[in-house]
Design a protein around this ligand. Sequence first.
Ligand SMILES: Nc1ncnc2c1ncn2[C@@H]1O[C@H](COP(=O)(O)OP(=O)(O)OP(=O)(O)O)[C@@H](O)[C@H]1O
Length: 324
Amino acid sequence: MIEMQSFSVSFGAGEALREASFVITPGDRLGVVGESGSGKTMLGLSLMGMAPDAAKLSGKLRIDGRDMSGASERDWQALRARKVAMIFQEPMAALNPLRRVGETLCEPLRQHLGLSRSAARARAFELFEEVGIPDPEARLEQFPHQLSGGQRQRVLIALALACDPELLIADEPTTALDANVALRITDLLVRLAKHRNMALIFVSHDLAAVARATAEIMVMYGGEIVERGPTRAVLDAPAHPYTRGLLEARPSPQSKARGPDGKRPRLTTIPGVVPQLHDLPAGCRFSGRCPVELPVCAAVRAPVCAVAADRTAACHALVSEGGA
Ligand SMILES: Nc1ncnc2c1ncn2[C@@H]1O[C@H](COP(=O)(O)OP(=O)(O)OP(=O)(O)O)[C@@H](O)[C@H]1O
């Protein structure tokens, strides 16, 4: 359905996405994780044809076999919503505060699907029911500020589903929500993806949410896909030192509990910060922060190694271990 091949997004000499290659087929549920600045949003925006104007794109992106390299904004508009839709982390910013949510939802239904006013209204009602908004008739009349954060996110999900996309990209869909609501929204996205046989790309900092929502995971660092494979297998036994670092830095119930001295244990963190785009090492981008760094790492790009039949990781240390 969607294929990226050596796809890069650059700003000047800095690559925000470096030679990403992967395929999405109907019903796939793919998690994308990585620290801030690792290129997760750029990946999502590229799949929507919405990379910033300043970005230079290279490599191949095919949607339904069609090469999107020379696609115009008009071509993308025809695909967006119907083929690929995206929801963002801050629902309040994505909704017009001066419009009733029903009007916002009816617009794409009329514009893209050509529905009449009453048919659009009936479809909006169904969509609200599908995403679990209680009393849809009354809610359609409300303004965004009259809804809770979780309900606003449900409205955005309904909006994204309006034209029955084949791929939904959820970019940090639960970051702005409290833990219980976040869990319900995560489960809703999974239910919708399964029920509609829709592919889902779930971008998140939250590894527990990704483990719950996805079957496959892609770990990104400095614009590169450093590890990918089945979510459970990767999180249970990470092969890349960056994935291991992310897992160790994850707050666990134990890390939240106070010790006998009344203090919480210190969380392990990955030393240093994600480098700026213009400051990325030429070789493995994790060099400089990596606990198992070899002399070759900073200068030479890490090869992608097969960790198992369905798993890869890009790391020099795996080669020196004998290809894992
Ligand atoms: N318009 C732009 N001009 C220049 N650089 C940009 C632009 N937009 C993003 N970048 C850079 O691209 C890199 C990847 O950014 P991206 O937003 O994809 O990261 P992310 O993993 O989604 O981070 P976060 O979790 O904070 O959303 C970052 O270094 C960022 O500074």
